[in-house]
Design a protein around this ligand. Structure first.
Ligand code: ARG
Length: 462
């Protein structure tokens, strides 16, 4: 049998393989809520403009409400032969309300319909991700406040570089998440225009009110060009790009959690809730959640790349290729939402090993810069010379097998006779972090101020 939605000029139905490649219902069923909302807005507008009767408008709205509750109750049977969500809903509507259902598609095509539905879906997804990012930021800022003075090694090249505080390190991720939220907000603002009423590609000859449907669906305005409206998927690309960058941020942090929780460094302990054991090695505590967050970045970045490649050669206007915009995006957004929840849980439960962190912070002559700065400040040496003197003192300490703050003053004076005992005040890791008090630095007071400011902003719902 030919398709009853578009099969007028078809003698036979599709080959089963055609049905397989053509159907999108297994993923675009996620759009049911948006599809129904957009159809209700469209029907109300058609009735208001006298394009369909008020009675048909009512029947359609009622039928659509019934379908929504059927789907939500798990009582709706999705049919692959009906291809996609739009035709599944419309077909059920016909069964429920009869011929009025056939009037719903007046002045509308599946092309503007799917563009509208997916914009609405992506908009909802952005709101969900934004809330998840805010919760993640809150968990980070709370942990940062608790650990404003917890000293840990700061790294460059993964070598101990200068001591920092754990709180400062955590707040770096709060800043990243803030930029992520900004990117999602930008994408949301740009996507918030309505394609509905653009028809298949050229607009419609019916006297519709696109402003009315746009408003009913919470869009700022109708899109100005019907060709652009049905062919544009920038809103998916922008959102996936924001997802990819966010996922990369999470992955960097996940990688740090893997390193920090390894017994080789032993800087943090993860809770039982976010680790797993090994079926063979009873001693193992594996940071699987962090590893999976790191790994899911692959498919999220892949979804962006995939869609860029789908779109790159497409002439205007709608091409069926555009149906491939959904599966990857739905998967990527789901993966990101889950990753954010996992990271939020891990951050809440993570326990720094304060003593181990402090000891590690002092390893590798990490206060050498503090010594050089002291030489600049106290002896007025030019920084380059202070750097050289410090290098020689570090070499002496290495030779003696001692930490910098344990090296006898005489050994330092052998390199630079004007050094006094006062130098020891800057060589401890605690004093080192305390001294980094310029704006943006790791000093505990700064960290406390920043963490509190974030918690306040996050409470206000930024
Ligand atoms: N399932 C299609 C999609 O996701 C809907 C639009 C189909 N339009 C068409 N002219 N075949 O893109």
């Amino acid at each position: 049998m030919s398709n009853k939605m578009w099969g007028g000029r078809f003698g036979s139905g599709p080959d089963p393989i055609m049905e397989d490649i053509n159907a999108s219902i297994h993923f675009d069923r996620h759009l049911y809520r948006q599809d129904i909302a957009a159809s209700k807005a469209h029907a109300a507008m058609l009735a208001k403009k006298g394009i369909i009767t008020a009675q048909d408008g009512k029947k359609i709205a009622h039928g659509l409400d019934t379908i929504l509750s059927e789907i939500e109750a798990g009582k709706f049977s999705f049919k692959r032969a009906l291809e996609d969500i739009h035709m599944n809903v419309e077909s059920r509507l016909a069964a429920l309300v009869g011929p009025a259902a056939g009037r719903l598609h007046t002045a509308r095509s599946r092309n503007d319909q799917v563009a509208t539905d997916f914009r609405l879906w992506v908009r909802d997804a952005i709101d969900e991700i934004d809330a998840a990012l805010a919760a993640y930021q809150r968990a980070l800022a709370e942990k940062a406040l608790e650990n404003a003075a917890t000293v840990m090694p700061g790294f460059t090249h993964l070598q101990p570089a200068q001591p920092v505080t754990f709180g400062h390190h955590l707040l770096a991720y709060v800043e990243m998440a803030a930029r992520d939220r900004g990117r999602f907000a930008d994408a949301r603002a740009r996507l918030n225009e309505s394609p509905l009423g653009s028809g298949a590609l050229a607009g419609t000859s019916f006297p519709i009110d696109r402003g009315m449907t746009a408003k009913a669906l919470g869009f700022a305005r109708p899109m100005a060009n019907s060709l652009d409206a049905v062919a544009d998927r920038d809103f998916v690309l922008e959102t996936l790009s924001a997802c990819a960058i966010t996922a990369v941020h999470l992955s960097r942090f996940a990688e740090e959690i893997v390193i920090w929780s390894s017994p080789l460094t032993g800087l943090v302990r993860l809770s039982d809730k976010f680790t797993t054991g090994s079926s063979m090695m009873p001693q193992k505590r594996n940071p699987d959640a962090a590893e999976l967050v790191r790994a899911k970045t692959g498919r999220i970045v892949g979804a962006l790349t995939g869609l860029l490649v789908v779109i790159k050669g497409l002439p205007l206007a709608y091409q069926k290729d555009l149906q491939e915009d959904k599966e990857g995006a739905i998967d990527a957004i789901g993966a990101l939402a889950l990753s954010l929840k996992a990271m939020t849980g891990m951050v809440g439960d993570i326990e720094p090993d304060v003593a181990r962190m402090k000891a590690a912070a002092g390893e590798g002559y990490s206060t050498a810069t503090d010594l050089a700065d002291w030489l600049v400040r106290t002896l007025k040496l030019p920084f380059r010379q202070a750097h050289h003197v410090t290098g020689r003192i570090v070499a002496a300490a290495a030779e003696a097998g001692l930490a910098l703050d344990k090296l006898p003053i005489e050994a330092m004076q052998a390199v630079e006779p004007r050094i006094t005992k006062a130098v020891f005040s800057v060589l401890s890791v605690g004093n080192s972090v305390k001294s980094r008090a310029a704006y943006g630095g790791t000093a505990p007071n700064n960290v406390r101020t920043q963490a509190k400011a974030w918690l306040k902003r996050l409470k206000k719902k930024t």
